[in-house]
Design a protein around this ligand. Structure first.
Ligand code: MG
Length: 243
């Protein structure tokens, strides 16, 4: 029998913020901020799914979180053979070293320049359009890996959609994708690609039964590389949210 490998997204798949939970019954805090305050929770169904995966499979997270933010979850990935972080920009071997054979984000000089440029352009766009939010470059393994834009909690986030429309053509010509989900917008360079990271790991792991788990359009590429796909019923993919 083939051994089972589960590649799984984390946020809005295994955990989510309280406001996105269907009820408060039986919630367990599994995601925290840097001070240790609870931010994200698993429902009883998600807790059972996590336990089932860990009993039966090698579970590999494939997440937009960088390593620091991944460590602020308590899902039990300490024994994962590999970790895919920052939308696929980094692949770590257990022991938290970059996986052998994985090209480091700093080795993509032109993409690093695009990241620095787009951060400045986005900040300027936000000033000109007077929107409430923040823009920052996410760092993983001491390297810039993507630009994250968040709408302020109290503000409407329609402007993220507008920003995406304005930047998409230029960005996709030079770099990768712009991913929008809820009040988060991410400018991904070509090296931040969950599908490329999963493809790399499949090459190492060989013949296995692969199940992919994820909620958003940015997961679809790696889900398609798996033998089976598992998608939360209330998710960007299922709801067909055209952002
Ligand atoms: Mg997600």
């Amino acid at each position: 029998m083939l051994s089972l490998v589960v590649f799984t997204d984390i946020d809005d798949t295994l955990i989510q913020t309280m406001t996105k939970c269907p009820s408060t019954d039986g919630l367990k805090a599994l995601g925290f901020d840097s001070q240790g305050n609870a931010l994200s929770y698993a429902t009883q169904q998600q807790q059972s799914l996590i336990r089932l995966f860990k009993e039966k499979a090698r579970v590999i997270p494939v997440t937009g979180r960088n390593l620091k933010a991944l460590k602020q979850t308590d899902i039990g990935f300490h024994d994962a053979p590999y970790l895919v972080t920052s939308h696929g920009a980094m692949v770590y071997e257990n022991g938290l070293q970059p996986a052998a054979g994985w090209k480091h984000p700093l080795d993509y000089a032109d993409q690093q320049q695009h990241l620095a440029d787009v951060e400045k352009q986005v900040e300027q766009w936000m000033r000109v359009n007077k929107v409430e939010g923040r823009c920052r470059i996410i760092i993983d393994h001491d390297a810039p890996v993507y630009v994250s834009v968040k709408a302020g909690r109290s503000s409407r986030c329609d402007w993220l959609h507008e920003m995406k429309q304005e930047f998409i053509r230029d960005w996709s010509q030079h770099a990768g994708d712009i991913h929008l989900n809820g009040n988060n917008l991410a400018f991904l360079p070509v090296f931040a690609d969950k599908a490329a990271a999963v493809s790399f790991l499949k090459g190492i792991l060989g013949d296995c039964l692969y199940i992919g788990v994820g909620d958003s359009y940015s997961d679809q590429g790696f889900l398609n590389l798996c033998d089976f796909q598992m998608i939360p019923s209330n998710s960007q993919i299922v709801n067909g949210d055209k952002t």
